[in-house]
Design a protein around this ligand. Sequence first.
Ligand SMILES: Cc1cc2nc3c(=O)[nH]c(=O)nc-3n(C[C@H](O)[C@H](O)[C@H](O)COP(=O)(O)OP(=O)(O)OC[C@H]3O[C@@H](n4cnc5c(N)ncnc54)[C@H](O)[C@@H]3O)c2cc1C
Length: 341
Amino acid sequence: MAIADITVMGAGVFGLSVAYTCAQRGAKVQVIDPAGVAAGASGGLVGALAPHVPEHWNDKKAFQFDSLIMAEHFWADVAALTGTDTGYARTGRLQPLADAQAVDLARARALSAADLWQGLATWQVEPATDAPWMPPSPSRYVVRDTLSALVHPRRATHALAVAVEALGGRVLRNGAPEGKVVWATGWAGMTEIGGNGVKGQAALLRYDAAGSPQLFADALHIIPHLDGTVAIGSTSERDFTDPASTDAALDDVIARAIAAFPVLHGAEIIARWAGVRPRAPSRAPVLGHHPTRAGAYIANGGFKIGFGMAPKVGQVMADLILENHDAIPDGFRASSPIFRA
Ligand SMILES: Cc1cc2nc3c(=O)[nH]c(=O)nc-3n(C[C@H](O)[C@H](O)[C@H](O)COP(=O)(O)OP(=O)(O)OC[C@H]3O[C@@H](n4cnc5c(N)ncnc54)[C@H](O)[C@@H]3O)c2cc1C
């Protein structure tokens, strides 16, 4: 008798989300990863579940929006099933605004968010206050959105693995693929099909701002996790020799984060981490039928927002694999002309 209807290669957030959603729908799943759970990009520290700006709407922004809305139930269900904390909280985000022009643009985006976000979340310009957890803002205004959430990436990925097992699935380091095979092998798999990996470095500081909104300032994410730590990320490096090392580029990120938000000055740095994001030439996810492995599927290309996309990636891949229902946006297929854009 077959052990698995579905084998997922790769125990990162994409592979495990696909396995978990398929198992929820009654499939027998196994996940195989020789390096173990969260050994790749999903083993990180940052975990911003933050939306694209609400304008120039397209398939990718709509997909991500749906996924961010799904995330609340998705991560709550994983936590309830496993008794494991995923670090998820929808605590919103603050962004300082540089000048009057930025304030005008942000106000225009508030109007488009009211339309595009369907009343499920807001994007508003409001005066900066002198509250301790408020980024200095040259214009004295900030954007506050209520869509952004956060998750603890490493813990959430491990929780997903426990959830797969709780639903009767297996998470293994070695084994033979059985049934339908899904390749979710991160940047290794992306380089096989013409994409690449973009290294990122991040840091974790001891600073308790649990429950506060995340900040996005000077193009950096400042993420107040629920466990009394604050993550800061990230660098973006297309050329690298050691995927796992941290260096002066991370020191620079930490210095910029403290300059943007001096409250963090003096906070102890308790972890430094690096990983490699899987990036398609289109910068979009790559989902559906595998372009080079006959009969197999692919779930890859999370790039900088893999955690934000994961709940909906699980849904559309389960739809396709189990029900032959294809709800994948055209631009997310490896066969799409924009894959090579
Ligand atoms: C510094 C940094 C900060 C980030 N910040 C955020 C953020 O704030 N918000 C967000 O949403 N995203 C963020 N990301 C992106 C996110 O981490 C990735 O998009 C996501 O983790 C990709 O998940 P994945 O499952 O596709 O890949 P991975 O997590 O890399 O998993 C792929 C797995 O495949 C395994 N594998 C490789 N080859 C094989 C094989 N032949 N057989 C079986 N298994 C194999 C690997 O061991 C690995 O475990 C960040 C990434 C980095 C590096």
